[in-house]
Design a protein. Structure first.
Length: 379
């Protein structure tokens, strides 16, 4: 189902980094390289210069002037540096159908989560928000592993937003690393199954119901207000600007869209008017019709709608006809499903714990560390 496996009771996953024809790796200690069909590691210097070569007779790489068949595994007692980023774990090099090398970081789960946190919520977030992000990211990771998101690609996850942004040790701080370690192995479950703990930057006041956003029903991904009665019902994400200035522009924003440009993009002549067909419970538009001089166009899905409107931060917006253009007034940043990261950050500033934060956004879920990848299912 997946290539992730337990090594000395630690879950190790394979994360795709990049495809290249040549690369240079550095370490503060010597490298050890395990060659194809051989589990013996051969010592090399602390700099590896690797170049791909493929022909009818062989498929492999030159490593410091010596030719070796793929795949190979590279290890060091110190982090491995690649293109300015440093990584724990080992590197695997496998061949690609594109005539290049796939570079894969084989890394323990908690090191992976520590490498995700800075790029998904930022290092400036307060500690309880970092811990909430760690548990959400870990849960999302396990859900993806079970779903075999990259089945057939030769790895478990990629390092882009398609999975989660991951850059190894880059930008990690003592706090972000500690957030991963102190929540080690904790995931969110419902009915003893791992949930899909998705998240986004800013909900704009309330989260979206997954049924409206993507279809299907998930009891833990329903519409919830980003607030509590004991905090006067004020959306937490609306207070973000109090702590970090740019947070406010994620909660509330505006833009313009020329009628000429909109019509040209949709190939309907000049846009004349817009009809909102469906909004979700958070206010996000999921279906709209644009009427033009040379036809009409129906847009479906919040992502398509955001792209058409200058990559708007969300599809939770109102439209005012200004003659030659449409004025857009919006709230929120992202799809709106699951955890609101700015809401989490504000709650942490207000003294809420990471489990308080998570259980607000994921209805009916609980935090568990009693699971094994091979035994747990998905909810």
């Amino acid at each position: 189902m997946y290539s992730a496996n337990y090594v000395d009771q630690h879950l190790v996953i394979d994360v795709y980094l990049e495809e290249v024809k040549a690369l240079v790796l550095h370490s503060d200690n010597d490298f050890y390289v395990s060659l194809k069909a051989d589990t013996t590691f051969i010592p090399f210097s602390n700099v590896l210069k690797i170049k791909y070569e493929h022909n009818k007779m062989r498929n492999g790489v030159w490593v410091n002037g010596n030719y070796h068949y793929l795949p190979i595994t590279i290890a060091s007692d110190k982090p491995i540096e690649f293109e300015g980023n440093r990584y724990n774990g080992m590197f695997k090099l496998i061949s690609s159908q594109k005539g290049s090398i796939k570079i894969i970081n084989s890394v323990e789960l908690e090191d992976y989560i520590a490498g995700v946190i800075p790029f998904e919520i930022g290092i400036e977030a307060p500690y309880e928000a970092l811990k909430a992000q760690a548990v959400a990211a870990r849960t999302h990771t396990i859900h993806q592993l079970i779903n075999s998101k990259h089945k057939g690609d030769g790895y478990d996850l990629c390092n882009k937003t398609h999975c989660q942004v991951y850059k190894g040790l880059s930008s990690q701080t003592e706090k972000t690393y500690r957030a991963a370690i102190e929540t080690s192995n904790q995931i969110l479950i419902v009915n003893n199954k791992v949930i899909n703990a998705v998240y986004h930057s800013c909900c704009g006041g309330s989260t979206e119901d997954v049924r409206d956003a993507w279809g299907g029903r998930r009891s833990y991904l329903t519409h919830v207000n980003d607030s509590r009665a004991n905090d006067n019902g004020v959306p937490y994400c609306s207070l973000g600007g109090k702590y970090v200035k740019w947070y406010q522009s994620a909660y509330q924003w505006s833009l313009r869209k020329s009628k000429e440009e909109l019509g040209k993009t949709l190939k309907i002549g000049k846009a004349l008017s817009i009809e909102i067909i469906k909004r979700g419970k958070s206010g996000r538009i999921h279906r709209m019709k644009v009427i033009g001089t040379n036809g009409n166009k129906t847009l479906s899905g919040e992502l398509e709608i955001r792209r058409i409107f200058n990559n708007a931060k969300s599809s939770n917006f109102t439209i005012t006809d200004k003659g030659s253009y449409f004025s857009i007034s919006g709230k929120g940043f992202g799809h709106g499903v699951g955890m609101c990261q700015i809401g989490a950050i504000v709650q942490a500033h207000l003294g809420y714990s990471y489990d308080d934060i998570l259980l607000l956004y994921f209805t009916g879920a609980e935090i568990s560390s009693d699971w094994i990848l091979d035994d747990i299912g998905i909810e």
